[in-house]
Design a protein. Structure first.
Length: 210
C-alpha cells in the first residue's frame, strides 16, 4: 500500500490515515502528493476528487482522509486486525460524530491557529477572534464533558477519533490557550502515542508553507 501525503506532514487529514495504517499493523510506504501546493496530475486523476491524502491498495485508489480510514476498517476488520473505532454501537457513533465535527465545524479556529504552528512554532500569537474563541471554548467544554482519560482515550480504549480531537486541542495547547487540565492531559497523552509520535516527528521541510 502507498499513502500519498502533503510534503509538510502537518495536518490532521494526513495524520489520521497514517496513524490508522500503523495501528492496523499494515505495511505501507509514503509518497509526496503535492508539488508547489498542487496535487500532481497522476494522483489527481487516480484520486477522482483530485485531493490528497490518497491511498493506493493494489489497483484500487481511494482519497479523502475519512474515506481512507473507513476503507481500512472495512478491508482489515477486527478481530483479525485492531479496531480503529469503538466496538460499542453508541460509542462508535459518538466517535464518528466527533470526527465529523472537528473536521467541518472549526473553520475559524483552524484559520487562526493552523496546524502548521504545531510543527513550525512562533513566539507570539494574536488573540483569537470572537468566532475562533467561541469554537475553542466549545471544543474544550465538549471534551471536558466527555470525561477524557489521562491515558488518551475518550471511549475507554483509544480510537481513531482521539487523533482528530487531540490534533484540534494541541493547536490550542501549543499556542498558549488556557485548556482545562483534564483536557490537556488527555490531548498530550494522545500526542505521545507511538503511532502519532511517528507522524509528529517525521522530517519536514525547514520552512513552513506560505
Amino acid at each position: 500500500m502507498i499513502l500519498y501525503l502533503d510534503a509538510y506532514w502537518s495536518n490532521t487529514w494526513d495524520c489520521a490515515p497514517y496513524v490508522a495504517l500503523r495501528e492496523k499493523g499494515l505495511a505501507f510506504s509514503t509518497v509526496l502528493a503535492m508539488v508547489n501546493n498542487t496535487v500532481t496530475a497522476p494522483i489527481r486523476y487516480q484520486a477522482i476528487t483530485g485531493l490528497e491524502p490518497a491511498l493506493q491498495h493494489g489497483d484500487f485508489w481511494v482519497a479523502e482522509s475519512y474515506a481512507i480510514i473507513e476503507y481500512l476498517e472495512d478491508a482489515f476488520p477486527p478481530p483479525a486486525f485492531p479496531p480503529l473505532f469503538p466496538q460499542d454501537l453508541h460509542a462508535r457513533a459518538r466517535a464518528r460524530q466527533l470526527m465529523s465535527w472537528t473536521r467541518m465545524e472549526l473553520t475559524d479556529l483552524r484559520r487562526e491557529r493552523t496546524s502548521t504552528l504545531l510543527f513550525y512554532p512562533r513566539d507570539e500569537h494574536p488573540p483569537l477572534g470572537p468566532h475562533a474563541a467561541a469554537q475553542a471554548a466549545k471544543l474544550c467544554a465538549m471534551i471536558e464533558r466527555l470525561a477524557p482519560s489521562p491515558t488518551g482515550a475518550l471511549f475507554g480504549d483509544w480510537c481513531i477519533a482521539d487523533v482528530d480531537v487531540a490534533f484540534a486541542l494541541m493547536r490550542l495547547v501549543k499556542t498558549g490557550y488556557p485548556v482545562p487540565d483534564s483536557v490537556r492531559a488527555y490531548a498530550e497523552a494522545v500526542w505521545q502515542r507511538p503511532s502519532v509520535r511517528e507522524y509528529v516527528e517525521h522530517p519536514r521541510p525547514p520552512h513552513a508553507p506560505h
